[in-house]
Design a protein around this ligand. Structure first.
Ligand SMILES: Nc1ncnc2c1ncn2[C@@H]1O[C@H](COP(=O)(O)OP(=O)(O)OP(=O)(O)O)[C@@H](O)[C@H]1O
Length: 772
């Protein structure tokens, strides 16, 4: 290895490791790119150009202008380019131009997090401060923290509001009559970081946006949607699904980037440590990342290390400081942890210390991923794949802004997807196949929003037909929630639907998780998932802090917990049954049948295991809890016993083979769909009553489905192929957490047959037709 800055840093981190068993599975130097500039649009007011010049921005890049042109011409557009590629300018130009020239025009900016909204408001305020003509735009935040007086002021005076989907739903749409002045003039809706709207949150946000467009149009406006997104598969299709209308996309990034070296790192197995069922255990990603962080700091590289939990961030910082204390004591004090939960003052102090180089190494949760302006670092270490390609680049993008060389190291966790990615760099570093998945047609999400829509403005027959929601409207009418009158459907008297929807809270009833030591509400969990996650005795991690559940009261919707950090973690054991209620789509390929089905999943938590961090099982505790049913969508596949036998899967190995294949597929679904393995469940059986054949189900863990099973069905061939590669590429002998073991298996990871899983997955891959 010679050459790049990143390679030199890596060499330092690798010093002392055995060159024959290097943990680095791949290194790639992504060359620097030079900027491609465009002219400022002819329609743009020179005062706006001057304002940017004053902040140091003289020439726009091509993609910024391409997106601005679409929007200014009235076309919905999404700009999906790299981190820090200046996506904000793309929406600011049309918005500022329009608002400057039409003194009544308004714009609404939506961000998935408050921090990002605040950051964007700050950046716009800096630009507006350059010219007194701009002051009457009065940009203003409108979120859960805005007090009543300020809200009133904002409604009457502000022409650019910075808000989020939650406030848009509860603060604006529910009382839209008070917002008529603003909505009548609404010209632009900006949807920033739109790849964050996924799963159930995505479905809720899609319906909020569609309702917003509906009331704005009824008020006489016709707003254009400008979305910004990280690079994902098919951004225009995602925006179209979000707003229900056609959209354009701009994806060619013309911003300059410095040379970046990306290394993929797989920690070695720990000698003499075994986990569940005797499986080998790898060094933890956090500990490995702590070592790399220390090495980079010794080299003088300003480094951020992303760790998935708060506790992990603390431990990684401590590991690095400990190593430095013995090798370079003068540097030990220049490493710290940063996470949500620190006091605001401490956070600002740490941010300043990072920015001015006083701190050289910082281990952080994703609190530093979005909306905190820290840039110009030399290296980023990511302990564990952050779940999406977009997040990976967002974290990686913290290093090397504007032309400087940088290094990025991804350290794999013991997990099939991490293992796959460090051995298949193309899936991470080339065009992503991961699509932002959500399903706004899920009746469990759609019906409450239809009630809100009817409360906002009566639903007209032509509108109901156009949206294809006749069946749901009929059901709501039969349930007495809507009333049919001549002009359309009205909300029944006494129904108040807005407060019943929690945009981020999932679907249906919620269980509140309350810390009894402080009476503080920690968060909520769907009723459907409560039994497996907050059963009595469960260890519950909330933002990195640990609690133990004392009581789960399903009638009152409460899980009572107290702070405690036991040495063990818990995992529920359950029994599951799947009953197919309808087939949505199916394909037959000889001995293989693949279908997308509607199904009812009945599961019962029967106990839980207590496990030590090394994977060792302490004991199994029985529980007596009621069964739960989940109506959802699933991918189903069956194989004939003859084909399985021919592939070498015997009757004895079949249960373990199907079970292991199911686990690995659940672990790998996030490669093609933006989900987490905890969002999905599975069942495998030698003989299923509905099919009469060996059958595997992978289902969405949310009532009605969140779109994950649908995406798995659509990308089935890619999904199976990647899963087969991940399992066969894993160096363990009989199965480990990096391939077929699952951290949430209801059967304690038994039985599992790794070789059988490879045979099953290879058989499916061989049987599927080649992609076109
Ligand atoms: N044409 C340009 N020339 C020079 N600097 C620019 C240009 N456009 C934007 N910038 C600067 O680049 C930085 C990043 O811009 P911005 O925050 O809009 O990026 P982004 O793509 O939205 O980032 P993220 O991926 O974090 O959402 C800002 O400091 C901005 O001032």
């Amino acid at each position: 290895m010679t050459g790049s800055y990143g390679e030199e840093l890596l060499r330092a981190a690798l010093a002392g490791t055995d060159p024959d068993s290097s943990p680095v599975t791949h290194t790639e130097v992504i060359p620097a790119a030079t900027a491609r500039f465009a002219a400022w649009p002819e329609w743009l007011d020179p005062r706006i150009v001057a304002a940017y010049a004053e902040t140091g921005l003289y020439r726009p890049w091509e993609h910024q202008i391409a997106a601005a042109e679409h929007a200014f011409a009235g076309r919905h557009v999404v700009i999906a380019t790299g981190t820090a590629s200046g996506k904000s300018l793309a929406y600011q130009l049309p918005v500022l131009q329009t608002l400057l020239h039409d003194h009544a025009a308004t714009a609404l900016y939506l961000a998935p997090t408050k921090a990002l909204g605040v950051d964007q408001l700050r950046s716009l305020t800096t630009i507006l401060a350059t010219d007194p003509d701009f002051t009457r735009l009065a940009p203003c935040t409108y979120d859960g923290d805005t007090d009543a007086q300020m809200r009133q002021w904002a409604r009457a005076n502000s022409r650019i509001l910075f808000t989020n989907p939650d406030m848009c739903h509860i603060g604006i749409l529910s009382g839209h009559h008070r917002w008529q002045q603003f909505l009548r003039q609404l010209r632009y809706i900006v949807v920033d970081e739109c790849h964050h709207y996924r799963g159930v949150f995505g479905a809720h946000t899609a319906l909020v946006l569609r309702r917003l467009l509906r009331v704005a149009r009824a008020a006489g406006a016709d707003p254009v949607v400008i979305a910004a997104s990280a690079t994902t598969a098919a951004p225009a299709a995602t925006l179209t699904r979000l707003i229900g209308e056609p959209a354009h996309e701009v994806t060619q990034d013309a911003s300059p980037t410095g040379e970046r070296t990306v290394a993929l790192w797989e920690p070695d197995f720990l000698p003499e440590v075994t986990g569940e069922n005797g499986a080998p255990v790898r060094r933890s990603a956090g500990a490995e990342a702590g070592r790399i962080l220390a090495d980079f700091v010794i080299e003088g590289a300003r480094t951020l290390c992303f760790v998935r939990s708060r506790r992990g961030a603390e431990i990684t910082a401590r590991t690095a400081a400990g190593l430095l204390a013995s090798t370079a004591p003068e540097l030990a004090g220049r490493v710290a942890a940063y996470r949500a939960g620190y006091l605001a003052d401490d956070r600002r102090r740490l941010e300043r210390a990072i920015a001015d180089g006083e701190l050289l190494g910082v281990a952080t949760t994703n609190a530093l991923e979005l909306g905190v302006d820290i840039s110009g670092l030399d290296a980023v270490v990511i302990a564990g794949y952050p779940g999406t390609v977009a997040s990976f680049w967002q974290q990686a993008g913290r290093a090397g802004r504007r032309g400087a060389a940088s290094a990025v190291v991804l350290v794999a966790r013991d997990d099939p997807l991490d293992t796959y990615l460090v051995h298949h760099p193309e899936a991470l570093l080339r065009k992503p196949v991961e699509a932002t998945v959500f399903d706004p047609t899920n009746p469990y999400v759609l019906k409450p929003h239809l009630l809100c829509a009817a409360a906002e403005l009566p639903l007209k027959p032509d509108e109901v037909a156009r949206l294809g929601v006749e069946a749901q409207v009929d059901e709501l009418t039969a349930e007495g929630l809507l009333r049919r009158r001549k002009a359309g459907w009205y909300l029944a008297a006494g129904v108040e639907p807005h407060a019943d929807i929690d945009i981020r809270g999932g679907i249906g009833g919620q269980i509140l998780i309350v810390d009894t030591s402080t009476s503080r509400l920690l968060g909520t969990v769907d009723t459907a998932r409560a039994l497996s996650t907050v059963h009595p005795g469960a260890v519950h991690i909330h933002q990195g802090a640990s609690y133990v559940v004392d009581e789960l009261d399903l009638d009152d919707g409460l899980a009572l917990v107290h702070p405690e950090e036991p040495e063990w973690t818990t995992s529920a054991r359950d029994t599951t049954e799947v009953e197919v209620t309808a087939t949505v789509d199916a394909q037959d390929h000889g001995p293989l049948h693949v279908a997308l089905v509607e199904a009812t999943v009945t599961s019962q938590v029967i106990g839980y295991l207590r496990k030590l961090p090394g994977g060792e099982i302490l004991d199994s505790v029985p529980l007596d809890l009621p069964p739960q049913t989940l109506p959802t969508r699933a991918v189903q596949y069956t194989l004939t016993p003859e084909a399985l036998a021919e592939a070498g899967v015997t009757e004895v190995s079949l249960p373990g083979a199907l079970h292991a294949a199911e686990h690995a597929m659940i672990g790998m679904l996030p490669l093609v769909a933006t989900c987490d393995r905890w969002d999905i469940g599975g069942l495998s059986t030698n003989l299923h009553a509905d099919t009469g054949l060996p059958t595997v189900y992978v289902y969405d863990g949310y009532p009605g489905g969140a779109g994950f099973a649908d995406r798995g069905y659509e990308a089935f061939a890619q999904w199976v192929e990647a899963t087969a590669a991940a399992v066969s590429g894993c160096a363990c002998e009989k199965g480990c957490p990096s391939c077929v073991q699952s951290p949430k298996c209801g059967n304690g990871n038994e039985p599992l047959d790794k070789a059988g899983a490879i045979a099953v997955l290879t058989l499916i891959g061989r049987t599927l037709p080649n992609p076109p």
